[in-house]
Design a protein around this ligand. Structure first.
Ligand code: COA
Length: 323
């Protein structure tokens, strides 16, 4: 059977670092409060000329180089983002153009913080369906541009960045020892849409709007939703938490990550954490964390890796893969 195997990975961050101390000068908050409630110590903020597509392009180029393939060998680009350069065209075609690719096809996926998990599941279906052999899956965001920088309950939490992987069709035997994506589980429940949203848009206000969140409500649902899809992934593959080499969670909040891992019986040493350095970069957080843990040698060929995310909508999901 066909499996979608990660052949390369890459990451890109804006030049400017904003520490918690820098934020203390903007809103009434403290480094201590932010670290204690979220684990975040700093985040990267896009400057002039840095956009979702420019960061996405850099991450994509790094992933292509890591995979050892040329841009024109890609036949599908999927970009997970909630902060596109423009309402349309898709940021994916913008990045396609930046990479000099004029073949194949490209589109965006919008599932907020779950975007990368949704995009990986989508790419896997295109590969297994035979419509694409090599897919660039990119998570890229500039959330700093939709933050209300006077609202301390949200502006301290998010950051900008991009990460990418090259997925390639390979042969598998239909076993969990196969390399590649083994299962994907996606969920959404729009009855929670007002708990984490942007208060503007083309069809309502005609403006871009700002991010609004009922933080406590999001927190309340997060651990249960995350552990639910992870358990579904274990069940679908007959694997358990003991088989897992790495949990690579969406990096929203250290307390949510720790709570989920604890509930599943996954020890801290197996959890990749970047939220302290990057903040919550929404759809970019998982590929940024993957790139960090693969480039420093933690994630190795053959490792069993669980990706999970939960975000606005609510949307949530998990992808289990063998590296
Ligand atoms: C946002 C979050 C960190 C807030 O932590 P919390 O413990 O729930 O805090 P609360 O919202 O109950 O606020 C507690 C107090 O801190 C204050 N506060 C809020 N933001 C603050 C900040 N940046 N600095 C200092 N104090 C702050 C509140 O005003 C409140 O004060 P009060 O008790 O005088 O009213 C937490 O709810 C959370 O992590 N939620 C999930 C958010 C998330 O991950 N979203 C993305 C999902 S993809």
């Amino acid at each position: 059977m066909i499996r979608s195997i990660i052949r390369g990975y890459g990451a890109a961050l804006p030049k400017r670092v904003m520490t918690n101390q820098d934020i203390e000068a903007i809103v009434e908050t403290t480094d201590e409060w932010i670290v204690q409630r979220t684990g975040i110590k700093q985040r990267y903020i896009a400057g002039e000329g840095e956009t979702t597509s420019s960061l996405g392009e850099l991450a994509a180029r790094a992933a292509l180089e890591n995979a050892g393939i040329q841009p024109d060998e890609i036949d599908l680009i999927i970009v997970a983002t909630s902060t596109p350069d423009n309402t349309f065209p898709a940021t994916a075609v913008n990045i396609q153009n930046r990479l000099g690719i004029t073949s194949g096809f490209a589109f965006d996926v919008q599932a907020v913080c779950s975007g990368f998990v949704y995009a990986m599941a989508t790419a896997d279906l295109y590969i297994r369906g035979g419509m694409a052999r090599r897919v660039l899956v990119i998570g890229a965001e500039t959330f700093s541009r939709i933050l209300d920088w006077t609202d301390r309950t949200t502006c301290v939490l998010f950051g900008d960045g991009a990460g990418a992987v090259v997925l390639e069709a390979g042969e598998g035997e239909g076993k969990t020892s196969d390399r590649g994506i083994l299962t994907s589980n996606l969920r959404s429940d729009g009855s929670h849409k007002d708990k984490l949203y942007v208060d503007g848009g083309p069809s309502t206000t005609g403006t871009v709007g700002h991010l609004r969140m009922e933080g406590r409500e999001v927190f309340k649902h997060a651990v249960g939703m995350i552990t639910d899809v992870i358990e579904a992934a274990f069940e679908a593959t007959g694997t358990t938490a003991d088989d897992l080499d790495w949990l690579v969670p969406h990096q929203a909040n250290r307390r949510i990550i720790d709570g989920s891992a604890k509930k599943l019986g996954i020890p801290n040493e197996k959890v990749v954490i970047t939220v302290d350095q990057h903040g919550n970069t929404s759809a970019a957080s998982i590929p940024l964390a993957l790139a960090a843990a693969a480039s420093d040698g933690r994630i190795k060929k053959g490792d069993l890796v669980m990706l999970e995310a939960m975000g606005g909508g609510f949307t949530w999901g998990a992808v289990l893969l063998r590296w």
